[in-house]
Write a protein that binds this ligand. Sequence first.
Ligand code: 13P
Ligand code: SF4
Length: 301
Amino acid sequence: MQETIRKIKQLKEEKNALIIAHNYQAVEVQEIADYRGDSLQLAYMARDAENPIVVFCGVRFMAETAAILNRESRILLPVYDAGCPMADMITAEQLREFKAKHPNSVVVCYVNSSVEVKAESDICCTSSNAVKIISNIPKDQKILFVPDRNLGSWAARQTGREVITWDGYCPTHQWGFSTDDIKRIKKEYPDHTLLAHPECDKEILDEADIVISTGGMIDFAAKNDKAVFATENGLTDYLNHIYPEKSFVTLSPRAICQNMKKTHLTDVLHALETENYHITVDDETAVKAGRCIDRMFEMSK
Ligand code: 13P
Ligand code: SF4
């Protein structure tokens, strides 16, 4: 492992590459990265990067978003088939049919979606700005939200707006936690704050003290000593790694996203050596999808 780390650092230097990693990546991958973050933070980093190569340790929709926002750098996804099952739960064709059933609606798409779905949508959002985006939509507008039913309904409850959601979900957050986990953890850690990601089911969100994005969880952990996290376990693993003196616990050991765990250090090295897998988005789709992401930036200011 030490030799792989040495080679990654050397190649990164030689090629002036930037390595960014999502908060769910394995600890050693997050460690080697220049920056870590949630989906929104990583989108900003990728957009503003001036490096000829950006290695995106995450899943495909994140690298695609980077490729839309940064047309100069070569965006690399270390593992070709690191995808997001939730993003795959709606196609552009299905979205067109959904829109036809609900004419004159504004379509908000979660960033966890394909470029084609983004190109068919009006405004993009992430877990950290969904509430703000929805509340900034004029009151007389009908709102469709794709693909995450949990994030969409949570944002609807927070804003008091009516939102028609697609029936997609994140398998890790949907099936990773149960109310039995909550009962057990509240008994075992009664003085810990329960933070839940809005991709969780309503029955989990109703029990949470705070509902927040992974970036928000990282900020909370910097200022507090005790917490239980209802999100993918890579986040808790990394927090325990950097704050061994604090008490950070996962709500359930089942909450593992297999796709986020596909990236190993050897894949990061392979990406730097071969400059693959190059993620590209054609100009026409990038312009259309870019509009919906730019609207997100404007509306979440
Ligand atoms: P955030 O990091 O934006 O909270 O999103 C979590 C996620 O599911 C990424 O797949
Ligand atoms: Fe997709 Fe869920 Fe994995 Fe995030 S944690 S990449 S939403 S499957």
